[in-house]
Design a binder for this molecule. Structure first.
Ligand code: FES
Length: 57
């Protein structure tokens, strides 16, 4: 499922990046993949996916 339509980023990609790079903050995640840098509508959903994955790793 796409989380960020502007950049074509899926929840799978976010989870993969969280598992591999262990960003501690959403800002750090955004340095690894382009998220929320255009319309910004995906920020809340992307943050939720990141936190969910952090709980399970
Ligand atoms: Fe992510 Fe627009 S949907 S910046």
């Amino acid at each position: 499922m796409y989380v960020c339509l502007c950049n074509g980023i899926s929840d799978k990609i976010i989870r993969q990046v969280v598992r591999q790079h262990h960003p501690q903050t959403f800002r750090q995640l955004c340095k690894l993949i382009p998220l929320g840098n255009q319309c910004g509508k995906c920020v809340r959903a992307a943050r939720e996916v990141m936190h969910d994955e952090m709980l399970h790793t």
